[in-house]
Write a protein that binds this ligand. Structure first.
Ligand SMILES: *Cc1c(COP(=O)(O)O)cnc(C)c1O
Length: 396
């Protein structure tokens, strides 16, 4: 029955489990373990085919299970496994299914730590990695091979906001039997229907919009029951990347308001991008919801026209202008999270993407003047006025 609810109802009621007290707000089960009535019951629970009940919090916990069930319902996935952070989710989703000698194809426009997992962790363990321009379907076609086990991409890339066609890449990948793994953070579980569009495995850093108030780290991997319980869970439960019950509770409550928050943020983002587009201080205003964005037609198809909650502004005058701009803002904070109630401005070239060699930054469009702007829940007109005065300061 809950599968038939619309998303907003799923976000509030999905996955609820009540204790004997019938609490309204979900309980936090801050416990690592669970008591067995008898030695026989303990024995039965440790058998793989035994009752699917809780054993140890590294394997599962009631509060964590509520979060997993709610987000799985929302995403339309059969199952989910919650992780300690978004990176634990990316690492788990890839390492659990790949081994030495396998081949993976990935889009190259990636969050720095995702690139580290591909280029360092996986490559060091003998997985062959091919990087492509994710927006160019011919490059995906040329890169996949019969031994390609998985493809990986951010459906909307950080920080240059390229949008990748999930259905088209999935068709190419499935043609060689590869698993499609999508890091879906920027698309958010509210705007995305990645599984329906062909993704096999979907990953979120719950640290971003799912918490939405900058309090907790967390992540989640979604997919078929077979993948989540058969492939991912054994890897996660033995390597220790599970989510804490307290953070699961924070994220569970975050899901109750995520639709209201990200819709308001996306609406403000479009308003701000429209107001700033063409400003004399800017070389480029990048927002997937703008009609002029290179993949705007895909945004209409894949995300119901929602361009997300982040925009990137490329200032004329490079790092000096970008720093003046950042320092002149009075409402947004300079930090590196996104999806937060507070607007957050980031200079990727010197922070989140500092580690990348210069030529790679150039190739990915991470220019010295680029500022990533995560739109919060402040009044959009206040933000526009503040950004306009900061752009003026950047020109001086
Ligand atoms: C933030 C982020 C991650 C990592 O998430 P953490 O919760 O910080 O570990 C992975 N992918 C993308 C696209 C992100 O924005």
């Amino acid at each position: 029955m809950s599968e038939n609810w619309n998303k907003a109802t799923k976000m509030v009621h999905g996955g609820t489990r009540r204790s004997q007290y019938n609490e309204v707000s979900e309980a936090i089960f801050l416990t690592q373990g669970f008591v067995y009535e008898t030695a026989e019951q303990a024995e039965a629970r440790f058998i793989d085919t035994g009752p699917d009940e809780f054993i140890y919090a590294r394997y599962g916990n009631p509060t964590v299970a509520m979060f997993e069930d709610r987000i799985a319902l929302l995403e339309g996935a059969e199952d989910a496994f919650a992780t300690a952070s978004g990176m634990a989710a990316v690492n788990g989703a890839l390492c659990a299914q790949l081994k030495a000698g396998d081949h993976i194809v990935s889009a190259k426009a990636l969050f720095g730590s995702c690139l580290y997992i591909l280029e360092n962790v996986l490559a060091n363990f003998g997985v062959e990695v091919t990087l492509v321009d994710g927006t160019d379907l011919d490059q995906w076609r040329a890169a996949v091979r019969p031994d390609t086990k998985a493809v990986f991409f951010e459906s909307m890339s950080n920080p240059t906001l390229e949008v990748i066609d999930i259905a088209a890449v999935a068709e190419i990948a499935h043609g060689v039997g590869a698993t499609v793994v999508v890091d879906n953070v920027f698309s958010t579980p509210v705007f995305s229907n990645a599984i329906a569009q062909g993704a096999d495995v979907v990953i979120y850093s719950a640290t971003k919009h799912i918490d939405g108030q900058g309090r907790a780290l967390g992540g989640v991997v979604l997919g078929t029951k077979d993948f989540i319980r058969g492939t991912l869970e054994p890897y996660m439960k033995h390597t220790g990347g599970s989510l804490s019950p307290f953070n699961a509770w924070v994220l569970l409550k975050g899901l109750e308001t995520i639709s209201l928050r990200v819709n308001a943020q996306a609406e403000s983002a479009l308003k701000i991008a429209t107001a700033l587009d063409g400003h004399a201080a800017l070389a480029r205003t990048i927002y997937p919801g703008l009609p002029g964005h290179a993949q705007n037609a895909l945004v209409q198809r894949q995300l119901g026209g929602k361009g997300g909650t982040v925009l990137s502004l490329d200032l004329i005058g490079g790092k000096e202008a970008a720093f003046k701009f950042l320092n002149a803002m009075t409402i947004p904070v300079i930090s590196n999270n996104l999806g937060d109630a507070k607007s957050i401005a980031t200079h990727p070239a010197t922070t989140t993407h500092q580690r990348l060699p210069e030529d790679q930054k150039v190739e990915l469009g991470i220019t010295p003047g680029l500022v990533r702007f995560s739109v919060g829940l402040e009044d959009a007109d206040d933000l526009i006025a503040d950004l306009q005065q900061a752009l003026k300061a950047a020109q001086s």
